[in-house]
Design a protein around this ligand. Structure first.
Ligand code: GUN
Ligand code: FE
Length: 448
């Protein structure tokens, strides 16, 4: 048996760490040590003065220590639980219509262009780089109906080092852009091919996700087949639910046998503990109960809900129902590809609900921070691997310098770590995110 101490590997980070646990929205670890092994996993967490002892015990070289400054902290990487990669091509524009017209007018014609692999490659490289720089260490992506372009998205996330769930979009119904849809059989077969080819690549951080676009884009036959594919292969599932009143009304008409929108998906085995559904603004308490019972999660996308005038999700009520919940940017219904924007918008929506009803229990900034990190990992059922700093988890982390030179924040006095975090969440941007780590690998700044 070899002496572990001679292996002298891995890296130790020393300074302030902030993160969430299921019980505490914000836990601050001052002068902490986090040892990351060569596999990118957290080997130990301790106190600064234990450096020599812990390094020896775990076979780390104490000279391999990165010391943060007083203005810096580590936080868990942020988790974008819902983002449309192809829509990045028109992000920041086209927000003048409600959802269904917006899809017909802008979204479907643009997504149809992703048949072109060169165009897909260029947009997908830009969005993965942009979200990484913005501190998104895990993203749950919708691509388009095109299998090969969707595989390219997986390849790019893998190469740039982002943890990603990638979905080839399924839709066998589309009245507006007639060529942007599949037959039921194509959709099923191409989903099978997408899953097989993506799994065959053995990208360590990228997983396929079964992706019916939403009930209005899919026949019941397709929804059933996709539910079966997910079940047989134990895969993640993502879709949209109850985002907009017109959509809810049409789903009722199209699926008269179903008791609710949630029931449409539930009947087809699409609600599992590996399901994440975007929006849910209009879900009833009974539907939220069904989410909890099945273990399915919601993705709250506040920028999108406001930008498309879709609705307001009452996050407090979702949390009361103990439904797993993360935040999403929903690019390009949401115009920003930054999770910091999602954090601020989620806080705003909660405050607007309080303005409307002073009895509403406003989300604290610590709670919103948890939604952007651990909550997202839970929503994607990745919380045994990531989401906070725990021994055995992957080191997915942001090194934040609140006083970064040329950054947007002036520190006018020495402040405690909790205030540093609050300032960063409200005032910071990518200039403050000086390094990004995914599974221990430094992925920002980019190496070439
Ligand atoms: N519902 C179905 N497709 C979409 C989409 O692309 N964006 C949003 N926000 N909602 C949808
Ligand atoms: Fe969406």
């Amino acid at each position: 048996t070899s002496d572990r101490r001679t292996e002298a590997i891995g890296h130790v980070y020393r300074g302030t760490f902030v993160h969430s646990t299921p019980h505490t929205a914000l836990q601050v670890l001052e002068d902490a040590l986090v040892g990351v092994d060569t596999g990118g996993k957290i080997a130990f967490i301790g106190k600064g003065q234990e450096l020599n002892k812990l390094s020896q015990t775990f076979g780390f070289c104490p000279s391999e220590v990165t010391q943060l400054t007083q203005d810096e902290f580590f936080m868990p990487g942020m988790v974008d639980t819902h983002i449309h990669a192809p829509q990045y091509s028109y992000a920041g524009t086209a927000l003048d219509m409600p959802l269904l017209q917006w899809l017909d007018t802008y979204t479907f014609p643009v997504e149809a262009r992703f048949k072109d692999l060169e165009f897909a490659k260029s947009v997908y490289t830009q969005i993965v780089k942009r979200t990484l720089r913005n501190g998104t260490t895990t993203a749950c992506y919708f691509a388009t109906i095109h299998t090969d372009a969707s595989l390219v998205l997986g390849q790019i996330a893998n190469e740039l080092g982002q943890r990603a769930l990638v979905g080839k979009v399924c839709m066998d119904r589309n009245k507006s852009v007639k060529h942007y849809k599949e037959t039921t059989q194509e959709s099923q077969e191409e989903t099978d091919r997408f899953i097989a080819e993506l799994l065959n690549k053995k990208y360590p951080l990228v997983k396929p996700v079964v992706t019916p676009r939403f009930a209005l884009s899919c026949t019941e036959a397709l929804l059933e087949q996709l539910g079966a594919i997910a079940k047989n292969n134990n895969l993640h599932i993502q879709s949209h639910i109850s985002e907009n009143t017109e959509e809810v009304k049409l789903v009722k008409e199209l699926f008269p046998e179903s008791e609710s929108y949630t029931d449409v998906y539930h009947k087809c085995n699409l609600l599992t503990n590996k399901t994440v559904m975007a929006h849910g603004c209009y879900l009833s308490d009974e539907e939220l109960d069904l989410f909890r019972e099945t273990g399915a999660a919601l993705s709250h996308c506040p920028n999108s809900n406001t930008s498309l005038c879709s609705g307001t999700l009452n996050v407090r009520n979702v949390l009361k129902h103990k439904v797993k919940l993360g935040l999403g940017t929903d690019v390009a219904g949401g115009y920003s590809a930054s999770m910091l924007d999602a954090v601020r918008r989620a806080q705003d929506v909660s405050k607007f609900l309080t303005i409307q009803d002073p009895g509403h229990d406003t989300l604290t900034f610590e709670e919103v921070f948890r939604l952007a990190t651990l909550g997202g990992s839970q929503a994607l059922s990745l919380d045994t691997q990531t989401g906070n700093f725990e021994v055995g988890k992957d080191f997915d982390a942001l090194r934040v310098n609140v006083a970064a030179a040329d950054g947007p924040i002036d520190l006018t006095q020495k402040v405690e770590p909790k205030i540093l975090l609050e300032k960063f969440l409200n005032l910071g941007d990518d200039r403050n995110i000086v390094e990004v780590f995914v599974a221990g690998r430094k992925v920002v700044p980019f190496t070439e």
